[in-house]
Design a protein around this ligand. Structure first.
Ligand code: NAD
Ligand code: WQD
Length: 349
């Protein structure tokens, strides 16, 4: 068992809460810092119920340097998993300053406090959004970056900051160099198989899977399929959907890699976390209907501005260097989404 202490920023959120389960089940001690701006404390009670283990929770904003420094002074933190951030693309176009302040400035404060506490192992939640519009639909880590909205640019800026930090550190040949994994998620969906934790979006969901499941349960009337005239196999958009439990397992593998010989001199490296295959919107709907036996009422609507026809991950680097690949398939993702949705029709109330 591993007694190492991991600080999870944003640990009460969708992906962070699943990471807490995986960390606790792998024997890590977990400390969560979350300001609960987009989550409920109930998610952490559920994490404790699933694992039968406890964790330490601090309700704090990562931009509050004093609060963070106090936590680092009190707790023997070895690694930080940094999920805290705002993530809605449309909202980021309306409130860019809020997104840059929360995501970029928040990460600056976090890394300053980490440096002062000499905690220099970091796993960061990046996104496939940083790629922008490459010419090839299967994204490789060394594609040029070109995010097209403030949310994506906030992630790209953070990646740049973390790379600069790592390079500067190597220059001064420190004994404990920065070791940083930038994990570029594709489209996380699904929920823990217990159905006790899952995605609980505020208001009307922006993303496909929570929208589909809320239509199936009768909370929403009809799904709009954004475009059926893309140059794809059935005309609808294709994405690389990844089960959230597979995704968080990739984070544990990233810690293992940061502690291995490969990172002995430090470094900052990006890894795609995706399945390496895409599913269309119509394929998601039909899998949902088949697996759950529920009808998904939908209509075809115009394309959504800013959407690409198709992209998915090339996950070979994560397989080679993190020894990670997805284990769950689309039916698992649908079944677990539905299990969570039907057991918690109103989310965490
Ligand atoms: P989420 O909103 O469910 O979780 C984020 C958590 O961070 C929330 O609990 C929120 O309260 C907290 N938080 C936000 N700002 C904070 C701050 N300043 N201080 C402290 N806590 C703060 O989102 P998620 O889907 O779990 O995403 C987690 C991370 O993964 C985010 O950084 C997101 O950008 C990234 N990501 C998500 C997806 C996705 O599709 N869900 C895809 C790629 C990357
Ligand atoms: C998937 C497909 C839509 C809703 C977003 C962010 C990205 C990342 C993941 C954080 C597309 C179609 C959707 C609907 C639909 N998040 N769709 N009707 O756009 O690939 O990625 O979430 O980093 O940054 O942009 O995901 O789930 O919104 O859309 O037809 O009501 O479903 O057009 O083809 P997307 P999504």
């Amino acid at each position: 068992m591993n007694e190492q202490v991991v600080l999870v920023t944003g640990g009460a959120g969708y992906i962070g809460s699943h990471a807490c389960v995986e960390l606790l089940q792998s024997g890590y001690r977990v400390i969560v810092v979350d300001n609960l701006s987009n989550s409920k404390i109930e998610s952490l009670s559920r994490v404790k119920q699933i694992t039968g283990k406890t964790l330490q929770f601090y309700q704090a904003d990562i931009r509050d340097k004093k609060a963070l420094a106090e936590i680092f002074a009190k707790e023997p933190i070895a690694t930080v998993m940094h999920f805290a951030g705002l993530k809605a693309v449309g909202e980021s176009c309306e409130q860019p300053l809020n997104y840059y302040h929360n995501n970029v400035y928040g990460t600056l404060v976090l890394t300053e406090v980490m440096a002062e506490a000499n905690v220099k192992q970091l796993v960061f939640s990046s996104s496939a959004t940083v790629y922008g519009e490459p010419s090839c639909v299967q994204y490789v880590e060394d594609f040029p970056l070109g995010a097209v909205n403030p949310y994506g640019r906030s992630k790209a800026m953070i990646e740049d900051i973390l790379r600069d930090l790592s390079v500067a550190d190597k220059h001064i040949q420190t004994k404990s160099p920065w070791k940083i994994a930038l994990l570029r998620y594709f489209n996380p969906i699904g929920a823990h198989e217990s159905g006790m934790i899952g995605e609980d979006p505020n208001g009307i969901p922006n993303n496909l899977m929570p929208y589909v499941s809320q239509v199936a349960i009768g909370k929403l009337e009809q799904l709009a399929v954004f475009g059926d005239d893309y140059p794809t196999r059935d005309g609808t958009g294709i994405r690389d959907y990844i089960h959230v439990v597979d995704l968080v397992k990739g984070h544990i593998k990233a810690i293992d890699a940061l502690e291995s010989e490969k990172f002995s001199l430090g470094g900052c490296k990006a890894y795609n976390l995706g399945a390496g295959r895409g599913c269309s919107v119509l394929e998601i709907i039909s899998a949902f209907e088949r697996v759950t036996g529920r009808k998904v009422n939908y209509r075809v609507a115009p394309r959504r501005a800013g959407d690409l026809a198709e992209f998915f991950a090339n996950p070979e680097l994560a397989l080679k260097e993190l020894n990670w690949k997805v284990e769950k398939n689309l039916d698992d993702m649908v079944a677990d989404t539905w299990n969570w949705q039907s057991k918690n029709p109103q989310g965490y109330v």
